[in-house]
Write a protein that binds this ligand. Structure first.
Ligand code: PLP
Length: 379
């Protein structure tokens, strides 16, 4: 059996009518950059996330960059984040003239909030929690640190649109818990366009106005008030996303059902008792579950690379997010970190394996994947 890691054609087929209509509207209007479609998308996603303002931008990497630039920080100010994330969470910090300070992760794959306070210094200005793989970081503790040390919080929600977290008695969506939240519409994301795209969400009018200027070369309607750049979102992307967002909650629900199905297969497989496979953690605050949207379903396994090859030879595609933590990537060597600095992230990088989880994945494919994993450990 062939099991692709992701099959975007299935999503396209389901939303095709609305997508094609949206694209055709844009072609008729010949308005390709920003404009009505982008404004509609901004309003739709602001409402969806429970935020006052949204600014469509060219990618999540740019969303992170403009969010940092909007905060009027000084060169060399410090931004705390995780080393177990996509590269641009940290490179955006450096591009903004700031200094990333890493904190190790915990078993949930997200930043270990118990360790954040240890690295807060007089230069710390921002925390960027990453809601990795579709599950919120521990925002209650992060919000408490924000209050205590008067910090700013920018949520990197590239992988987590639709995820929820119980904060101060309310269920909050990602992007609504800090000063700004950043989304990615990269095609493989739970809400993906047909190219690059991103968005910043905020309740702060000052941040909103500043980011709107930064996105269009710093133009305020009269003059180039600040130094900006071209961070604009295309109308074609917005039209695709406006069509697809109608399916987002359904697709996220299916991802969660697929995750539960895998969990049951693994519970019955004997692999957990043998301690060769560990499931991703489902986090609770009290009795309320973090609403995980499973952008990725990432297990931890022994002999990861050999297992991956074994599965590939049997038609099963998998992925590794991430093979190396950021503090060991050459582009961050000037930060002065070395091997051993973040042992949990380093260990987890050697064990993680992402299994197919997309809506449209068939039960018999999941059965086959877990069966083959069993065969590997019984060989
Ligand atoms: C956690 C995280 N942050 C930021 C990004 C950057 O998103 P984009 O590709 O839209 O620039 C990604 C993309 O994969 C991501 O996973």
């Amino acid at each position: 059996m062939k099991v692709p890691f992701l099959d975007l054609k299935l999503q396209y087929e389901e939303a095709k009518e609305e997508i094609d209509k949206g694209i055709s509207d844009v072609l008729e209007s010949q308005q390709f950059i920003l404009g009505k479609k982008v404004e509609q998308l901004e309003k739709r996603i602001a409402d969806y996330c429970g935020c006052r303002y949204a600014v469509g931008v060219s990618s999540c990497s740019d969303a992170l960059l403009v969010s940092l630039l909007s905060l009027n920080l000084k060169e060399g100010d410090e931004v705390i984040t995780t080393p177990f994330t996509f590269v641009s969470t940290a490179s955006a910090i450096i591009h903004a003239g700031l200094k990333p300070v890493f904190v190790d992760i915990d078993e949930s794959y997200n930043i270990d909030v118990e360790r954040v306070e240890d690295v807060i210094s007089t230069k710390t200005r921002v925390i960027i929690p990453v809601h990795l793989f579709g599950q919120c970081a521990s925002m209650m503790e992060i919000s408490q640190l924000k209050e205590k040390y008067h910090l700013r919080v920018i949520e990197d929600s590239a992988q987590a649109i639709g995820a929820e977290y119980p904060l101060n008695g309310k269920v909050k969506k990602t992007c609504s818990m800090g000063d700004a939240g950043c989304l990615s519409f990269y095609p493989t994301k739970n809400l993906g366009g047909f190219g690059n795209g991103g968005m910043v969400l905020t309740d702060d009018a000052e941040i909103y106005e500043k980011i709107k200027m930064l996105r269009s070369h710093g133009y305020d309607g009269k003059c180039y008030k600040v130094l900006g750049w071209n961070f604009r979102l295309d109308a074609l992307q917005a039209s695709v996303l406006l069509a697809k967002i109608n399916f987002l909650d359904k697709w996220n629900r299916i991802r969660r059902e697929n995750a539960r199905y895998y969990e049951n297969l693994f519970y019955d497989s004997g692999l957990l008792e043998k301690e060769v496979v560990k499931l991703p953690l489902t986090l609770y605050r009290g009795k309320v579950e973090n609403y995980h949207t499973y952008h990725q379903f990432v297990i931890r396994v022994k002999e990861r690379d050999a297992l991956r090859r074994f599965l590939y030879e049997r038609g099963i595609e998998t992925a590794v997010y991430y093979p190396f933590p950021l503090h060991l990537q050459p582009c961050f060597s000037s930060l002065g970190y070395s091997k051993g600095d973040f042992p949990v992230a380093e260990q987890i990088c050697q064990e993680v394996l992402a299994l197919a989880i997309y809506p449209g994945l068939k039960r018999e494919m999941q059965d086959y994947i877990v069966e083959q994993i069993k065969n590997f450990y019984n060989r």
